[in-house]
Ligand binder design. Structure first.
Ligand code: SF4
Length: 368
């Protein structure tokens, strides 16, 4: 099974409950909306003419919290915006209490602990324990350099995944992270974590230079270590990263991902089939960045993990004071080529622009 049954069932129940009873306090609009009938400009391409507005309109709630306890990192990866955007506050970190308050405040069932390198956060073992204690699922996003050294600080749990960054085989990955030896140490970390009974998945960003045959080779190589799943997403040239040459346009993304279904047949990809259709250019999805909110040392980052137009003191502030209508392809030039999972996977999970067969496909994908 792709995910633990508790995760599949818990997430399905959470989405179902919130779709029918979205928390009222997050649906208010305190920004300057121009079209209150369609605050997200959700596209009805699959729904035919004359249909009423999509039922997910005005139903905002988070699915995955991107929690960044700190932005400090031991690496300087080429495509990383965090170490550049937050350079002036790179030595600041959230207190454990702030992290837990953010988790409680938004209530998302999945917490992705990222950064920076979260394994540098001194209170990470306590944060992991407290988060598991709240019944949340955790993706601990790491470059893998400290797994072997710090593994004894954690205990295996079906709700806890080490999510190791790997952008290619050894030569490519070490080039992406700008240091030799990182790939080898990450692999040793994966081996150690699996041997100790932890769940491990990998996280790959596809850039202009990425050879998709090498990604096939990488996933085949990782099979021997019984890695539990692979996340894959196109890189996005947001303003914090100056090197725009490495990022893809929408057309490039469709071309790169045209063979993704074959990879999905061979390996346990964590991306939903609907999101993969979107990457291939076979499906239109709106951005629903509110499904993946980000919290860090400056507050709730709006509108999304990538673009920073504001930081809010409260989660409610992010939800109600962000002019969601003004983002997404066609609304903001900065969003034009963005197809990243944190903006669009929530749309797939929520069934926006869904087809009749999507429910069965998603169930089959989750249970495989
Ligand atoms: S389209 Fe991408 S960059 Fe724009 S708001 Fe959505 S997630 Fe952020």
């Amino acid at each position: 099974m792709r995910f633990p049954l508790s995760m599949t069932a818990g997430l399905a129940g959470y989405i179902y409950r919130n779709k029918f009873r979205p928390p009222k306090q997050w649906q208010l609009d305190r920004s300057t909306q121009t079209d209150p009938a369609n605050p997200f400009k959700i596209i009805h391409t699959e729904m035919g003419r004359g249909r009423s507005a999509h039922p997910m309109i005005n139903k905002r709630f988070p699915i995955v919290l991107m929690l960044e306890p700190l932005h400090a990192c031991n690496l300087t990866c080429t495509g990383c915006g965090r170490i550049r955007e937050y350079e002036s506050t790179i030595n600041e970190m959230l207190s454990l209490e702030q992290c837990l308050h953010a988790i409680d405040e938004c209530g998302a069932p999945v917490v992705s602990i990222c950064g920076g390198e979260p394994m540098l956060y001194p209170k990470l073992p306590e944060l992991v324990e407290e988060t598991l204690g709240r019944g949340k699922h955790i993706y601990l996003c790491t470059n893998g350099m400290f797994i072997r050294k710090k593994l004894h600080d954690y205990r295996p749990d079906s709700k806890l995944f080490f999510n190791v960054h790997l952008d290619g085989m050894e030569k490519t990955h070490d080039l992406c992270v700008e240091r030799d030896g990182v790939f080898r140490e990450a692999i040793e970390g994966i081996k150690a974590a699996k041997a100790a009974g932890f769940k491990v998945c990998t996280n790959t960003t596809v850039f202009r230079e990425t050879d998709m045959n090498e990604i096939d080779e990488l996933f085949a190589y990782l099979k021997q270590f019984h890695v539990d799943g692979h996340m894959i997403s196109p890189g996005y040239g947001y303003s914090a990263v100056n090197d725009r040459e490495i990022f893809l346009t929408r057309e490039d993304i469709h071309e790169k991902f045209k063979g993704i279904s074959q990879l999905a047949e061979k390996y346990p990809l964590n991306s939903t089939p609907v999101y993969l259709d979107f990457l291939k250019g076979e499906r239109d999805l709106p951005c629903t960045a509110w499904g993946n909110p980000t919290y860090n040392t400056k507050g709730w980052k709006g509108p999304c993990y990538l673009i920073t137009d504001s930081h809010h003191d409260t989660f409610e502030g992010l939800m109600t004071r962000t002019d969601w209508e003004s983002y997404g392809a066609g609304n903001d030039p900065r969003c034009e080529h963005c197809m990243v999972h944190c903006g669009y996977e929530p749309s797939a999970a929520l069934g926006i622009n869904s087809k009749f067969s999507d429910g069965i496909r998603l169930l089959e994908w989750a249970l495989r």
